[in-house]
Structure formats: C-alpha cells, structure tokens
Design a protein around this ligand. Structure first.
Ligand code: PRP
Length: 218
C-alpha cells in the first residue's frame, strides 16, 4: 500500500507574521517571555490541518498496517500528543532521543543519539515528528540513520521550521508537513525548552535575551 502525494494545500507551512506577536498572558514564567509568536489557539488550529492532511495521505497505506509515529524526545512530546489525536488512522508511537544543543543557547554542531527506537522500521510507513528544524542537523542525522533501516516510507512532520539550508531538504518530498515558518529567534514553549524550562507553556514565545545572555557569555 502506498502513501499519497502530500496534501499541499494543508501541508505547506504558514508563515508567522510579526503582526501576530502578542504580549504573554500572566503566568509564573511569562516574565521571561518577550513576545508570544503563536498562541495556543493558533497551534491547535494548525495541528488539526496537519492531522487532516496526514489522514488523507496515509489512508490507503494504513490499510496495510498502522502508521509509525517516531517522536523525538523531548521537545516534540507536546506537539506529538496533540498531532496523533488529530490523525484519524491507526498509529503506533515510538520515541527517539537525539541531542545537539547540550545546555547552551546555540547548537554544538554535533548530534548524539541518546535513545534509539524500540520498533523495527523495516517495511513500515513512518513519520518523524519534530518540534523544530533549526540548523537541521538533528533531523539530517536521524534521516540518514533511519533510512538505512529501509522503511517503506519516512516523511517528516515538523511544527516549526527556520528554513535554514540542511541536507534534510535535499529530498523535496521529505519535509512533507510543516506547521509554521518562523523567524530565527530563540523560541520556547509548547515542548521547546531553554535549560529544560518553559516546555509546559501552552504557547510559543520568544525568550528574553537576558535570560540566556549570562550562559552565552560563560
Ligand atoms: C531540539 C529540538 C530539535 C533540535 C532542532 O532538540 O527538539 O530536535 O533541537 O535543532 P537543529 O535543527 O539545530 O538540530 P534538543 O537537542 O534541544 O533536545 P530536546 O528535544 O530534548 O529539547
């Protein structure tokens, strides 16, 4: 059973506009957030569209067995939890952990696999679920590693994309589902962290530079 061409109208990223930026709602962590760039409502609405696109594209393929959702720890957990519930097909969940950032605000340039999948990928239709494609290093490394296991297909669904050049973009069909194109800012919330904090914010916001400035100088 094959996967249909990506449903382009729904799968194309929505570009985040600066006109959408808002002041954060009151809360214990909101003092560290400069601006909200995506509200809970905007995120939820977009996830429903991505779920509908994936449902449509994998309807036929799912007749041959459940779709395998490869969820990247830890950042993609919030997104994946909502996305898989927006997909109206049998879906299995598995988790992989790759780290490129360490505790710093800028990428270290190397990617380490901290936890591998438990499932056998061979002859499976799989979707890698990522919270953000920043440099694209993490995703490029994951794709190279997992392609070698010969899945029937393996596309990527990323909530956020900073649109920087990376090997993961070499195959135009690979990054099939993207939530939002965002500016190159340090964003946190809805799974994304700084030093393991802010993942539980229900929105995505830009972190105030003074929060990470001391670490960047160290
Ligand atoms: C973050 C994020 C992506 C990756 C993107 O993961 O979740 O997986 O960085 O960055 P890149 O495109 O520059 O490679 P991180 O390694 O910080 O771990 P986390 O998911 O636990 O936050």
């Amino acid at each position: 059973m094959s996967v249909s061409e990506p449903t382009r109208d729904l799968a194309r990223p929505v570009t985040v506009e600066s006109a959408w930026y808002a002041t954060p709602p009151t809360g214990s962590q909101s003092g560290d957030i400069a601006q909200v760039i995506l509200s809970e409502e905007q995120i939820n609405a977009r996830i429903r569209e991505l779920g509908a696109a994936i449902t449509r594209d994998y309807w036929q393929a799912a007749q041959g067995g459940p779709l395998l959702a490869i969820i990247t720890l830890r950042g993609a957990v919030a997104f994946a939890a909502d996305l898989v519930r927006a997909i109206d097909l049998p879906v299995e969940l598995d988790f992989i952990s790759a780290s490129s950032y360490g505790s710093h605000a800028t990428t270290s340039g190397s990617v380490q696999i901290l936890k591998d999948l438990d499932s056998d990928l061979n002859q499976r239709h799989a979707i890698i679920i990522e919270d953000i494609i920043d440099t694209g290093l993490t995703l490029s490394k994951l794709i190279t590693m997992l392609d070698a296991r010969q899945p029937s297909s393996m596309r990527v669904c990323a909530l956020l994309d900073k649109n920087k050049p990376c090997p993961a973009r070499d195959d135009p069909g690979r990054l099939a589902y993207t939530g939002f194109s965002i500016p190159d800012a340090f964003v946190v919330g809805y799974g994304l962290d700084y030093n393991q904090r802010y993942r539980n914010l229900p929105y995505i916001g830009v972190l105030k530079p003074e929060v990470y400035a001391a670490d960047a100088e160290a």
